[in-house]
Structure formats: C-alpha cells, structure tokens
Write a protein that binds this ligand. Structure first.
Ligand SMILES: N[C@@H](CCC(=O)N[C@@H](CS)C(=O)NCC(=O)O)C(=O)O
Length: 202
C-alpha cells in the first residue's frame, strides 16, 4: 500500500492523478496550505526537512520529487508509460522529465515571486515574460499530433508537464499556445484526472 502525502492545490495533484490512472492501491494523507501564507503546514516538515509535497511512502521508504515518484510508480504499475530505454523516444522522455521541474518551473516561480515586489520588480518583467513565452512555446511545439508529449498514449511526461501546462492556461495563454490548450483539455477530460480532483479536494 502506497501513502501519498498530499498538499491541496499543489504539484501533488499530478501524483494523485497518476495513482488513479494506474489503479494503484494507495491512501492519501491530506495537508492544507496556511490560509494567510499559502505555505505547507509544519506536519510536512516533520516527514522530510524540505516539507514539500508530493511525497510518497512505498515499500517502507519515503520518496520525494514528483519526477522520481512518477518514474517509480510507472516502473511498478505502468511500464508502458515510459518508452523503452533503447528508443529515441526514451531520450525525449528523459529530457522532458527533467525539463518539467528543472526548466519550466524556473520562470513560473520567478514570475510569482517578482510579482510580489510590485514596481520594484519591473526591470525583471521583460526577461521573465520572454522566458515564460519560450518555455510555453517549446511545450506547445513538441506536442505530437496525438496530443501527447512523447508517446501516442498517456505517458509519464504528460503527467509531469500537466502542472506547468495548467499554469499557462490559468495565465490566459490558450490563444497563444493552442496545442498546449488542447492538451490541458484532453487531460481534464480523463476520468482518472477527474477522480483525482475530487479526491484531492483541489
Ligand atoms: N521539485 C519538487 C517541488 C515540490 C514543491 O515545491 N511542492 C510545493 C507545492 S507545489 C510545496 O510543497 N510547497 C509548500 C511550501 O513550500 O511550503 C517536486 O517536483 O516534487
């Protein structure tokens, strides 16, 4: 039995979604963001020094980092969601699994934090906007005709890139990145995604 340490309105939604997709046996421990600061509660820091979500417990060990968790769950329950290691698609898989947290989230988080500086942040806005456009544009362009990122069915990368793609849509960028908009529509229509949303209280 897997335990998912789930923080509301967070990257943990994609792990909840994945667990639903692969029909794993799991339980959810819910954590709620502080109403004022929006930060995770201290109970998460008691589990791991960084106090971030998602985290899972599987086979008696704690696993952090969405991409590592996604790889572990796919390896156990859904190997078809990762391309075979000898294929060119595997290289795209690796690149995009790292891109999701290592590249795409950087301008998104900078945008979030610099917005809090008000006018003082103005000199940084053009570079952040250019980087947001570049990263969303790249995601839009690498989508395959099937509407997925790497394979022609749902893969691990679709799970990982759902989070930055949804942020792009919340920033009203559907008209600029129509293929990304279609991707988000497609994942939102999946029954497992909808079950995860209901279970996560997100
Ligand atoms: N790179 C990590 C990032 C985890 C992360 O930053 N999670 C956020 C939620 S989206 C969090 O727990 N924030 C709460 C806090 O920092 O207080 C991953 O992909 O799992």
């Amino acid at each position: 039995m897997i335990t998912l340490h789930h923080l509301n309105r967070s990257r943990s939604h994609r792990i909840l979604w994945l667990l639903e997709e692969v029909e794993a046996d799991y339980q959810i421990k819910h954590y709620t963001r502080d109403a004022q600061t929006n930060l995770a509660p201290p109970e998460l820091t008691a589990i791991h020094p960084l106090g971030k979500s998602p985290m899972i417990e599987m086979d008696g060990r704690l696993i952090t980092e969405s991409a590592a968790i996604t790889e572990m769950i796919c390896a156990r329950f859904a190997p078809h969601m990762v391309p075979p290691i000898t294929t060119p698609a595997y290289v795209s898989h690796l690149e995009l699994m790292h891109f999701a947290e290592g590249s795409a989230m950087t301008p998104i988080l900078l945008n979030l934090y610099v917005a809090r500086l008000g006018e003082a942040g103005a000199p940084l806005h053009p570079r952040i906007t250019q980087q947001l456009d570049a990263h969303y544009g790249y995601m839009n362009d690498v989508l395959r005709p099937s509407g997925h990122f790497v394979l022609d069915g749902l893969s691990a990368v679709d799970i990982m890139l759902s989070f930055p793609a949804e942020i792009a849509m919340r920033q009203d960028r559907a008209a600029d990145f129509p293929r990304l908009a279609k991707f988000v529509e497609m994942i939102h229509a999946r029954p497992a995604y909808q079950r995860a949303t209901a279970l996560g209280a997100d």
